[in-house]
Design a protein around this ligand. Sequence first.
Ligand code: IPM
Ligand code: MG
Length: 365
Amino acid sequence: MIDIAVLPGDGVGPEVTSEAVQCLQVLSDHRGLGLRFGEHDFGGIAIDRHGEPLPALTLAACREADAILLGAVGGPKWDGASVRPEQGLLRLRKELGLFANLRPAKTLQGLEHISPIRPETTRGADILIVRELTGGIYFGERHCDERQASDLCAYDRDQIERVAHVAFRAARTRRGKLTSVDKANVLATSKLWRQTVTEIAADYPDVTIDHLYVDACAMALILEPRRFDVVLTENLFGDILSDELSALGGSIGLLGSASIGAEGPGLFEPIHGSAPALAGLDTVNPAGTIASTAMMLDQLDFGEWADVLRGALEQTLAEGCRTPDVGGDARCSEFGDQVRRNLCAALRRHDAQRQIISAVHRCCA
Ligand code: IPM
Ligand code: MG
């Protein structure tokens, strides 16, 4: 069996993970993948029930799992609390050593009009952000009193090297282009970042590399998204640029992500937040979470079924079944149902093709 730890979390988290798990279940049933799901408290709900956002039982279940599916954490309910739901997420990433966060975004053919950016600018854009996830200002020493506050941003060479290798390897499987993003004209960590990435680039002569300051990158992502292939950057810049990149497809609800480490389970989550205002309304877009489960299937070596799931997801959007964030009126559950219908149809086509191929083989034998 393959154990998937499911952490629905807060706000819209339970709705999006439910749709995604049902998609995985369909694949597992029809293709005998042997996926098994276990739900665990995480985030704000875990603070309410256990007094901490990442209870020991949840962490243990995640460590033992083959992959982790996460919805979202946080909400105004915990704003004044001494411990925030987000701390659970940062700790989980750190505990599991999930240092590389992959956030793909592309313009879907026929759906260019959903983006607020002109179609002639976005058409064909296809970008992968590789965000360093367990270092930088997110994990540096913090100080806060009445008069002063500070957050330390620190990186060491090893942290930069390992995530750079992930990005260069990803670029190799794509269009062979990598843009490293920093603020090396101001920040010491960025100077080290640029130096280290430049050195690593020598190992990948087949990848073209350029360096961009983060402010210039923020502009270029919108003005000329097609110039990018893989974007490698540090933790905070990656957080900001990946939200910005959601303008490409038109909604942050479309984007999924994978967080991976050197070993152990990966963590798969949409890049959007818990959207408390939408919680329980069945209107949130589950596409980003379903896209995250496709990345999970890739990671579990079920790449063939990941592609089939991605196909069903894109087909559903192209057919016009869309939640309100992308201009439609489909409910979250209706959208999920339609993805599963398309998924089943794709699996049937797959079977039919196989039968034809084996019949041809028998004839030729
Ligand atoms: C994300 C989120 C998290 C982050 C928050 C919830 C801590 O914004 O995954 O992008 O900043 O990493
Ligand atoms: Mg974010």
